[in-house]
Design a protein around this ligand. Structure first.
Ligand code: 5GP
Ligand code: ZN
Length: 114
């Protein structure tokens, strides 16, 4: 997926401020934060959104999910708590078509979700 923004971040073609990386998972600070701590956690492999999760990629997705609490802990969010969001498609406001989970925290977040 050569034109995918997050694939390009994975490839190092676009710089990012990394907070976690392993063979399957990358986490980096969101360029336009919506909370005092705002990190994106993505699979290195291109999966377009949660709508594209299936038996062929669930192992990679499970590694992304396993990394999220570890990353949140490393960011100091465990005690206060945090929100994990994945926008899927147009109505949800997904702007980058590469599966990503937002980790938001560092303040009391607004309760509205929809
Ligand atoms: P979405 O709107 O698809 O759920 O989330 C995409 C997120 O990617 C947005 O919060 C946006 O600020 C972030 N973003 C867009 N371009 C870049 C970039 O080049 N670098 C980083 N670190 N984040 C980006
Ligand atoms: Zn991609």
């Amino acid at each position: 997926m050569e034109n995918c923004l997050f694939c390009r971040i994975v490839a190092g073609e676009i710089p990012s401020k990394k907070v976690y990386e392993d063979g399957d998972v990358l986490a980096f600070y969101d360029i336009n934060p919506n909370a005092p701590v705002h990190v994106l956690v993505i699979p290195k492999a291109h999966i377009s959104s949660i709508a594209a999760v299936d038996a062929s990629n669930i192992e990679v997705v499970s590694r992304v999910l396993l990394a999220i609490p570890q990353i949140a802990r490393s960011l100091g969010l465990e005690e206060g708590g945090y929100r994990v969001v994945s926008n899927c498609g147009e109505d949800a406001g997904q702007t980058v078509p590469h599966l990503h989970f937002h980790i938001l925290g560092g303040k009391k977040l607004p309760v509205t979700l929809g």
